[in-house]
Ligand binder design. Structure first.
Ligand SMILES: C[S@@+](CC[C@H](N)C(=O)[O-])C[C@H]1O[C@@H](n2cnc3c(N)ncnc32)[C@H](O)[C@@H]1O
Length: 119
């Protein structure tokens, strides 16, 4: 029997599965808005606090975007290993208004990237 962790990795490293998930996630994002906002307000930070958070398995970055919207002085670092092409992942940040987007580390399909949003 295949190890659970390996099965999860296989799903997220299949280009077809990930593209299908990304398209569906974009479609469903409106219905997830309240859940994401609830998650963000549960964080132990006030609206104008400065803090940095790490979004592991960031996908399209939708969760980070919600936190950044509600806590505008926060900084997000996103990490993912998916088969969404890196250009597309960086495009998600650009379309969310990020500047100075850079890739800090990359090895095979693993990547850590980030940027900042003007205040
Ligand atoms: C269900 S999606 C959730 C994405 C995002 N957090 C959201 O709320 O929309 C799971 C994400 O985790 C990533 N992922 C799964 N296992 C991972 C691992 N071991 N290392 C890095 N990323 C991983 C996948 O590539 C995928 O983008």
């Amino acid at each position: 029997m295949e190890d659970r962790a390996d099965a999860n990795a296989a799903v997220w490293q299949s280009a077809d599965s990930v593209q299908a998930w990304a398209a569906e996630a974009e479609r469903q994002e409106r219905g997830r808005r309240d859940h994401r906002r609830f998650m963000a307000v549960l964080l132990p930070f006030a609206e104008q606090d400065e803090f940095t958070f790490l979004d592991l398995g960031a996908g399209t970055g939708a969760a980070s975007r919600t936190i950044l919207d509600l806590r505008p002085r926060s900084t997000a670092i996103l990490a993912d290993f998916s088969m969404i092409p890196l250009d597309q992942q960086l495009g998600y940040l650009r379309s969310a208004g990020f500047e100075g987007i850079d890739v800090y580390w990359k090895q095979l399909e693993n990547v850590i990237y980030g940027g900042r949003r003007p205040r």
